[in-house]
Design a protein around this ligand. Structure first.
Ligand SMILES: [Zn+2]
Length: 383
C-alpha cells in the first residue's frame, strides 16, 4: 500500500499505517462509546469518550501484536518480511518468498489468531476476577480491559474462519497441502472455500442491514467483498506461480566478463559493451563486487571524456544483491521488485556465475505465464 505512512520498526520490521485506518479508528471509537453508554450508566461523557479513544487505539495495538506474531514466526523460519501495514480492515503482514513446507505455513498462519486468543483470554480473566459485584459499573480501565478481551476473542475466532486469505484459510491450505502433497490443489480448495465464506459474510451483512443494523451490516458486507476479491487474486497469483516455476537459469547472462573499478570507461565500452554480448558488467574492487556498469553510466559523460574516467568513478556504488542459480525466477523477480533493483549477481557455490536483469526476468515470466495459462492477462505480481 503505497500511500501508507511509516511509524517505526519492531524487530527490524517496518510498521506503516494506511490513511484508511483513520476511518476504522473513528468507527471503532464511536462503536465503543456507544457500547459503554449502553452498559455503564454511571460513567460521565468524558469517560465514555476517553474509554472509546483508548479502547480503539488498544484494539489496533492488539491487531499489531497479531500481525507481529505472523511476521516474527515467518522471520524465524527464514522468510523475509517486508513490513506490516495497518489499514481499514485490520492489518497485513507482507511476507515474501514461498513456504518450503506445509508445516511452516501452518505455524505462520496460526501464530496470529493464537496471539489474539491469548490476549482475549487474559483480558476476560482479569475482567471476571476484578469486576465489581452487585451491578456496580467498573472503573474506566476495567471497562477497556473487558472490551479488549472480548474483541480479541472475536478477532481470533473470526480470523480462523476457513476463508482464504483469512488465517483460517491459510491453515486450511496448509492442511490440504500437507495431506495431499499438492500446493496448487491446496490453493484451489482454500480459495474455493474462501469464496463461499465471503458470500456468506456478504449475505449476513445484507440481512443485518435490512434488519436495521445499517453500519454493522455494510461493514460485514464490505469485508465479504474484500475477501472475495482477495481470494480471486490469490488463485490468479497461484496460477501465475505454477506457470512460472522456472529455474532462474533461463534468464541468466552466464559467465559475464567482470571489470576492475580502476579500468578506463573507454576500454570497457570498446572491449565489452560494444561487442554486444553483454549489456551489464559487474565491477570488482579488491576482489569484492561493488556494483554494475552499463552504457547508461558512460553516457552521462561525453565520449571524449571516457578515457579519463574510471569505471568505479561513474557507477552507482551499491553492494550487489545476490541470488542463487537454483532459485525460482518468480521469487527472484519479487525480491528485486521489492528492492527496486535492476540487476542482481547470480551465485553458485559462492562463485559469481552470472547476472540477471529485472526486465529480462519479467519478460521471461510473462512469456511463460502466457504459455502456461492463457487466462492470465494482467499478472498480479506487477507493483
Ligand atoms: Zn492474521
Amino acid at each position: 500500500m503505497s500511500s501508507s505512512i511509516k511509524i517505526g520498526r519492531i524487530s527490524g520490521i517496518p510498521i506503516a499505517v494506511h490513511p484508511s485506518w483513520l476511518i476504522a479508528f473513528f468507527f471503532i471509537a464511536w462503536t465503543i462509546s456507544d457500547l459503554f453508554q449502553n452498559s455503564f450508566d454511571s460513567w460521565s461523557a468524558s469517560q465514555y469518550w476517553t474509554g472509546a479513544i483508548i479502547g480503539s487505539l488498544a484494539l489496533f495495538a492488539s491487531v499489531l501484536v497479531h500481525e507481529l506474531a505472523h511476521s516474527i514466526v515467518a522471520q524465524r523460519l527464514g522468510l523475509p518480511v517486508q513490513g506490516i501495514t495497518l489499514f481499514i480492515f485490520g492489518g497485513v503482514s507482507q511476507i515474501q518468498g514461498r513456504y518450503k513446507r506445509a508445516r511452516d505455513e501452518f505455524l505462520v498462519a496460526f501464530a496470529g489468531p493464537l496471539s489474539s486468543l491469548i490476549i482475549g483470554a487474559v483480558g476476560l480473566f482479569v475482567w471476571f476476577t476484578l469486576r465489581p459485584d452487585g451491578g456496580e459499573d467498573p472503573s474506566l480501565l476495567l471497562g477497556i480491559i473487558f472490551y479488549l478481551g472480548a474483541m480479541n476473542i472475536i478477532l481470533g475466532v473470526f480470523n480462523l474462519l476457513p476463508g482464504f486469505p483469512l488465517d483460517g484459510g491459510r491453515v486450511l491450505r496448509s492442511a490440504v497441502w500437507g495431506w495431499s502433497g499438492s500446493e496448487s490443489r491446496a490453493t484451489r480448495v482454500a480459495a474455493g472455500v474462501g469464496n463461499i465464506v465471503a458470500w456468506i459474510l456478504m449475505a449476513i451483512g445484507i440481512f443485518q442491514f435490512l434488519n436495521g443494523n445499517i453500519i454493522g451490516g455494510i461493514w460485514l458486507a464490505f469485508i465479504g467483498l474484500f475477501l472475495q476479491s482477495a481470494a480471486r487474486g490469490e488463485r490468479r497469483a497461484e496460477s501465475v506461480r505454477n506457470a512460472t516455476q522456472v529455474p532462474l537459469r533461463a534468464a541468466v547472462q552466464r559467465t559475464p566478463q567482470m571489470v576492475d573499478a580502476t579500468d578506463r570507461v573507454s576500454d570497457v565500452m570498446i572491449d565489452v559493451i560494444s561487442r554486444g554480448f553483454q549489456q551489464v558488467v559487474p565491477v570488482i574492487e579488491r576482489d569484492a563486487p561493488i556494483g554494475f556498469f552499463t552504457a547508461e553510466d558512460a553516457n552521462r559523460f561525453p565520449p571524449t571524456e571516457w578515457h579519463n574516467l574510471s569505471v568505479g568513478g561513474v557507477i552507482a556504488r551499491q553492494e550487489p544483491f545476490t541470488v542463487q542459480l537454483s532459485d525460482d525466477a518468480f521469487d527472484v523477480l519479487q525480491a528485486m521488485q521489492a528492492r527496486g533493483l535492476r540487476y542482481a549477481l547470480v551465485l553458485a557455490m559462492d562463485n559469481v556465475v552470472g547476472v540477471v536483469g529485472q526486465a529480462e526476468l519479467e519478460a521471461l515470466i510473462r512469456y511463460r505465464s502466457a504459455d502456461g495459462d492463457a487466462s492470465v492477462g494482467q499478472p498480479p505480481y506487477r507493483p
